[in-house]
Design a protein around this ligand. Structure first.
Ligand code: HEC
Length: 369
């Protein structure tokens, strides 16, 4: 009796140990699998022979690929990811055609895809966004692209990879959370919890330059140039620094951020920055972008510089928690005087970033005159 009990107890312990090690192993495997979305050359060098991984070279010119590429990399012309839709020229290719492309590159649903372009430009993020859209989460961008890889003396080859033809199954569902439609952008105008970010150059945003039927930007869109998130060498700036820039613009993680540009290329870069570098939860890429929007006469287009936040609204929002605005309006000060007052209010707990602070100082001192 005693012996049986002992045996049972031992079996119980053995079972428990198995279970525990199973759990630990799973956690370890999981930790191993979770690779950041932005990988550096050092990581890739150490993982070049990793299983079920496909490196995709999406540089603009295939000649660059012929001259030399990262070992194992397959070439994808970035323009191949774009196709007309309903008369609008360059939107994301149909998902069914996109997965066919993936299969051709030896990618299946479980392949870890690493994309690189020349330097930190937008073709690699475009591929990651397209993968996000079809629900393929295992992907990353090589920080600094091929240029940085070469600089760090990463291996380069002229050989093509050996690829059998895989079949990528049709996506079971599309992740509409990461893509904005024309209608959604239209509905977002005037809404406080949605921000449209236009990430083209300043001249395209203001309408001084551009080749579309109408120039300028989507009404209410806030301007931020995508390249300002990058260092000189094409790597991303520190997340902390980038985040500060976006918060100054009012692009905070509580809002839905719709990113837009001319034809959905540059904005895929900003999508990647917000979604995967900063971890914002609600980022939508509008790949129809200004080339779709500007062509439809009934949709509002603005030109000129961004009006920015309305100072009256800012006073109402930030300054009325402790006293009413009479207190503010009856005070007459010059810029230096207002700067002192505002800084006192910030010390007392008023939340204002640098842009807002300067804007209020400017607004209040002019008002007093
Ligand atoms: C956290 C609370 C709080 C917020 C928010 C706040 N204030 Fe004040 N404010 C005070 C207090 C406290 C005083 C001083 C009251 C007193 O002296 O009795 C004051 C006084 C003032 C005065 C009178 C001059 C002075 O320095 O005493 C002005 C003008 C003023 N605030 C402007 C603003 C503006 C503009 C904002 C928004 C940018 C703002 N306040 C936001 C707490 C606040």
């Amino acid at each position: 009796m005693n012996k049986i009990f002992f045996l049972k107890k031992r079996t119980f312990y053995v079972l428990m140990m198995c279970l525990t090690s199973c759990i630990v192993l799973r956690i370890m495997l999981h930790a191993q699998e979770s690779v950041p979305k932005l990988i550096d050359a050092k990581w890739l060098k150490e993982n070049l022979s990793r299983e079920n991984m496909r490196i995709v070279d999406v540089r603009d010119d295939v000649k660059e690929y012929w001259k030399g590429h990262i070992p194992g990399a397959v070439y994808l012309d970035p323009e191949a990811m774009k196709w007309p839709q309903g008369g609008v020229p360059v939107k994301l290719i149909r998902p069914a055609a996109f997965v066919e492309l993936l299969g051709e590159m030896g990618i299946d649903r479980n392949t870890f895809v690493i994309a690189y372009s020349e330097r930190g430009d937008f073709s690699a993020p475009y591929l990651v966004w397209a993968l996000d859209y079809i629900g393929h989460e295992k992907s990353a961008v090589l920080d600094g692209g091929f240029l940085k890889w070469e600089k760090e003396k990463g291996a380069v080859t002229q050989d093509y990879p050996q690829i059998g033809s895989e079949r990528y199954p049709p996506p079971s569902g599309l992740n509409e959370n990461v893509r904005a439609t024309l209608k959604q952008v239209e509905q977002s105008i005037g809404q406080e919890d949605v921000l449209v970010l236009d990430v083209r150059t300043e001249a395209l945003y203001t309408g001084e330059a551009g080749v579309w039927k109408r120039r300028g930007h989507i009404q209410g869109a806030v301007h931020h140039f995508w390249g300002d998130d990058m260092n000189e060498d094409g790597t991303w700036k520190e997340a902390k620094e980038i985040r500060r820039i976006y918060e100054t613009l009012g692009a905070t993680p509580d809002k839905t951020i719709i990113v837009s540009c001319g034809q959905g290329s540059m904005s895929s870069h900003t999508y990647f920055t917000l979604k995967h570098v900063l971890g914002y939860p609600k980022v939508k890429h509008y790949d129809g972008s200004f080339h779709e929007w500007s062509n439809l006469e009934e949709l509002p287009v603005q030109s000129g510089r961004s009006a920015g936040p309305d100072p009256e609204k800012l006073l109402q929002n930030r300054c009325t928690a402790c006293h009413n605005l009479d207190r503010v309006h009856k005070q007459k000060e010059d810029a230096a005087g207002w700067e002192k007052i505002i800084d006192r209010m910030i010390k007392r707990g008023t939340k204002l970033n640098e842009t807002e602070r300067m804007m209020l100082v400017d607004f209040l001192s002019k008002k007093g005159k």
